[in-house]
Write a protein that binds this ligand. Structure first.
Ligand SMILES: Nc1nc2c(ncn2[C@@H]2O[C@@H]3COP(=O)(O)O[C@H]4[C@@H](O)[C@H](n5cnc6c(=O)[nH]c(N)nc65)O[C@@H]4COP(=O)(O)O[C@H]3[C@H]2O)c(=O)[nH]1
Length: 883
């Protein structure tokens, strides 16, 4: 009983050792002692399996000799390996009653005998899962077998051993696990942490500290929201709901580092589940700041490349033939090739027949030499159409500096190129007709003159000006004018040879270069053909129109200073041709040159006179045929040339008309005439009407009426005292507009007379439509009126017809009393001419008026008619020197 009690106590002690996780050796040795106390003479030992369960190592015993222990430790588990090796092998009780004779102890007999060990009973120790953990053995110093109670005790001891070993193994496994976990936690390069359910940090590793910048002691107990950006907090809190349900989740968040910078984290949260209850969250936060920055940069870069309006091609320089690995949308748009069609191919499919070989060579060199290049080359789209590609090629290098790729940026400059081409075309061509312009013509001229001089050929320049083009353009509009110019250009072109150059210089000026003439006559024959072609009718819309041309011809002569001189010579000759009449041509000669030079000099002098207002105004009286009274004056401009003296207006007025200088002269004349009339009235000479000659250019000016009104206003002359003299020619072009202007003049109170009447081509019947009050019979009819019966008949006809129309008739150029008498006899109303008075300056006119008044005063007594001839030839009167 006492023995049993002792045994139970010993067992409890062992169980306490086990429960308290005392070292295994202590527990196992305690078990050995218990069993040794129960089986007298027995020596207990416990051996445990190695990890692989192939050997028995770690021998625990209190009384086995150490040398024996050392010798058997590590014995292999096997059927013939002593009691323990076999027990572990067969997983059953092995009884070796007499070791010395037991063959299973072969190899160990001597060892056992040395230590006086003669019997051994061994029992396998197994785990709760039936794994062999080791063996429990009892040795005896004499042979013998166990009794039943011995067996029972051994089994009890084995159970205790199993319990202790298994417990110790579990504890070790647990510790190992914990260490593993801790290692993972501690050494994890990412921030690893745990939060409680309220979101406070409960644990955090070192990485967590470096990611957040907070020392661990400050981090523990900190609420996660202290780190998250305000706009992220709510989102993350809502995610934690998922963790509550036991689910893991992942999100990205930007936190604020303790130093203030933003840290971009990729966080995975997992629930901490204990006893089926979530008690918090684990978190693993990966610092993605750098990667995020790179990704953002990359994304922006990718978007920019994608969205670029320039085509972008990337090729792989490491692969044979440098194949395309990327093209953007713009490349597809520009070339018409889809991405799939080009990837893997070399870019050469973009080349074609017009691709510049030199540009290609540069491109190849840049690829071989691995340097940047900017080159413009002609590429081809998928549909075969060419485009201009301004290509930037640059090599892309890796970290070691080796070129891995090439990037090509295409800029489709086709529009710019075509614009440039258009610009250069327009710079050298006339937009309306498509003919060469002056600059291109001059280029050809330089070149062809050089060749002609070298080869001794004849060369000619023709200057062709359309006759009567301006009136058509003015009256029918520019569209009609343009059509005529186009048709004329076409006709001229059709007559020329391929080597000739046809250019348009001005509105209706065409210039032709004939560089390869065998004889000069060829040019003349061509000009005749050209004139004939130009003369043919032009059909424009409903109009059938006729125009002519005047041509000047200049041949290449030896004494030419510059080729351009030929154009000027042809121009001068054309001017002479124009003077000859319509549809004429003229060759340049040196006298034309002189004439033109003189004209040029005169033009310049005239300009100086205009600027200095270096003109005088003379007045020629007009006398009533019946009353003999002065009824008005004609204002006639005089220019005293500094060298040539007084020049006839018949000389410089047409020049001024040609050069446009007439505008300024006319305005001066009008203003001066109005002023002088006001002065005469103011100085008591009476109110006289002054006739002013009107130039066609002045009449057609847009602001003609406005200007007139302004002059009248400024000078204070009443419109009743102004008369404008128009030639028939003015009324011939754009008659409707001219008549409208005449009506306006009449409304203003200004009188209008037709000057040089009878010299125009038009029928007299148009007179009845005109709101005019007077006609002036041209001097040429008056001159021979008494000697030539035709002129006499014409003059009589004009007077009669004019009177029927209610018009006053003025006869100008009366030089003789017979002429006066004839005209008076046939009812002419007003006389003008040297017979009565020459044109004179205002001061002389005042004298004239005074004298007339004096003579008239005397006549009142005598009733003798005024001797106009005597007055006119009074030596004190001005001699109109220019006449
Ligand atoms: N042989 C001869 N001649 C006579 C006689 N009586 C007058 N004359 C001249 O005949 C011309 C009359 O002027 P016109 O026919 O309008 O012809 C004018 C007119 O068309 C133009 N002219 C003169 N002054 C002006 C002006 O201020 N403006 C414009 N637009 N043209 C003007 O120049 C032309 C010539 O003017 P002038 O040389 O001043 O010549 C004047 C005058 O001096 C005569 O009995 N015998």
């Amino acid at each position: 009983m006492a023995r049993t009690q002792r045994h139970l106590r010993a067992q409890q002690r062992v169980q306490t050792l086990i429960a308290r996780d005392q070292p295994l050796e202590e527990t196992l040795k305690a078990i050995c002692r218990i069993i040794e106390a129960q089986v007298p003479g027995g020596i207990a030992s416990i051996m445990l399996c190695d990890e692989a369960r192939l050997r028995l190592e770690r021998l625990y015993s209190v009384n086995l000799p150490q040398a024996y222990c050392d010798a058997v430790e590590g014995v292999a588990i096997g059927p013939e390996n002593g009691a323990c090796g076999r027990a572990a092998y067969i997983r059953d009780f092995v009884i070796c009653a007499d070791i010395a004779r037991d063959p299973r102890w072969n190899g160990y007999h001597e060892l056992a005998a040395q230590h006086g060990l003669h019997a051994c009973w061994s029992y396998p120790v197994t785990s709760s899962s039936a794994q062999v953990l080791g063996t429990f053995a009892i040795y005896y110093h004499k042979p013998g077998e166990p009794t039943r109670s011995d067996r029972r005790r051994v089994i009890e001891a084995v159970e205790l051993v199993s319990l202790a070993v298994e417990r110790e193994r579990n504890r070790r496994a647990l510790k190992e696990n914990e260490q593993r976990y801790r290692s993972m936690f501690t050494y994890h390069p990412d921030a690893v942490f745990s939060l409680d359910l309220k979101g406070y940090f409960t644990t955090a590793n070192a990485a967590c500290s470096s990611v957040t910048g907070y020392p661990l002691e400050q981090l523990i107990g900190l609420h996660f929201s202290k780190l998250a950006q305000p706009n992220d907090r709510e989102r993350i809190e809502s995610l934690y709901g998922a963790v509550d349900k036991g689910e893991a989740f992942r999100y990205t968040v930007t936190i604020r580092h303790r130093e203030g910078r933003s840290v971009y984290l990729d966080v995975t949260n997992l629930p901490i589940v204990v006893n089926d209850r979530v008690i918090g969250f684990y978190g693993i936060a990966k610092d993605m700041t750098e990667r995020h920055r790179q990704e953002t940069e990359l994304r922006i870069l990718q978007r920019s490349v994608e969205a670029s309006i320039n085509g972008i091609v990337i090729t792989d320089a490491r692969q044979p033939d440098n194949p395309i690995i990327y093209v953007n949308e713009a490349f597809e748009r520009i070339t018409g090739y889809g991405r799939d069609e080009v990837l893997g191919h070399n870019c050469r499919f973009l080349q074609g027949s017009e691709t510049d070989a030199e540009a290609m060579a540069q491109l190849r060199q840049a690829i071989t030499g691995q340097y940047e290049l900017n080159v413009t080359l002609c590429n081809y789209r998928k549909d075969g159409s060419p485009f201009w590609n301004n290509l930037y090629l640059s090599p892309v290098r890796d970290g070691k500096g080796s070129v891995t790729h090439f990037i090509g940026i295409q800029h489709d400059i086709s529009e710019r190129k075509s614009y440039e081409a258009k610009l250069s075309y327009h710079a050298s061509h006339d937009a309306l007709t498509g003919l060469a312009n002056r600059s291109l013509f001059e280029d050809h001229l330089m070149h062809d003159v050089l060749l002609a001089q070298r080869h001794g050929c004849h060369l000619a320049v023709l200057f062709l000006d359309l006759d009567d083009f301006k009136p058509i353009n003015d009256s029918l509009g520019h569209e009609v004018g343009d059509q005529i110019l186009i048709q004329a250009a076409q006709r001229l072109g059709e007559e020329l040879d391929p080597g000739d150059t046809l250019a348009r210089f001005g509105s209706d000026e065409f210039v032709i270069l004939l560089p390869e003439l065998e004889r000069e006559e060829e040019a003349i024959r061509l000009v005749e053909r050209l004139l004939a072609r130009v003369r043919r009718p032009y059909r424009v819309g409903e109009h059938e129109l006729y125009i002519g041309a005047s041509v000047g011809i200049a041949f290449l002569q030896e004494e030419l200073e510059s080729p351009v001189e030929l154009i000027q010579q042809a121009d001068m000759a054309m001017y002479r041709a124009k003077q000859k009449g319509r549809n004429a041509w003229e060759c340049f000669t040196s006298d034309i040159n002189d004439e033109v030079n003189e004209r040029m000099a005169l033009r310049n002098d005239l300009q100086e006179a205009i600027e200095a207002e270096n003109f005088e105004l003379h007045y020629q009286p007009l006398l009533g045929a019946r009353s003999g009274q002065v009824v008005g004056f004609e204002a006639l401009v005089r220019w005293k040339h500094p060298i040539k003296g007084y020049l006839s207006p018949a000389l410089f007025i047409p020049l001024a008309e040609d050069t446009g200088q007439i505008g300024a002269i006319s305005e001066w004349v009008l203003r001066q005439a109005c002023r002088d009339m006001c002065r005469l009235a103011a100085e008591g000479y009476g109110h006289f009407r002054v006739s002013v000659n009107l130039s066609p250019l002045q009449f057609r000016r847009a602001n003609f009426l406005g200007n007139l009104q302004q002059v009248l206003q400024e000078t204070g002359l009443s419109a009743d005292y102004l008369e404008l003299e128009l030639t028939e020619g003015i009324l011939m072009t754009d008659t409707a507009a001219a008549i409208e202007t005449l009506h306006c003049l009449r409304d203003m109170g200004v009188e209008v007379s037709i000057d040089d009447f009878g010299t125009g081509f038009s029928s007299l019947s148009y007179l009845k439509q005109l709101p005019i009050g007077k006609i002036k019979i041209d001097r040429s009819f008056v001159c021979d009126v008494t000697t030539n019966r035709h002129d006499s008949a014409i003059v009589q006809g004009i007077i009669s017809m004019a009177h029927h129309l209610g018009l006053i008739v003025v006869a100008e150029g009366i030089e003789q009393a017979q002429q006066r008498d004839f005209l008076a006899a046939h009812g002419c109303d007003v006389f003008q001419g040297f017979f009565f008075a020459r044109p004179m300056p205002l001061e002389k006119l005042q004298d004239y008026l005074k004298q007339r008044a004096a003579v008239l005063g005397q006549m009142a007594d005598t009733t003798t008619p005024v001797d106009d001839e005597a007055l006119a030839s009074d030596p004190s009167w001005p001699d109109d020197k220019h006449q």
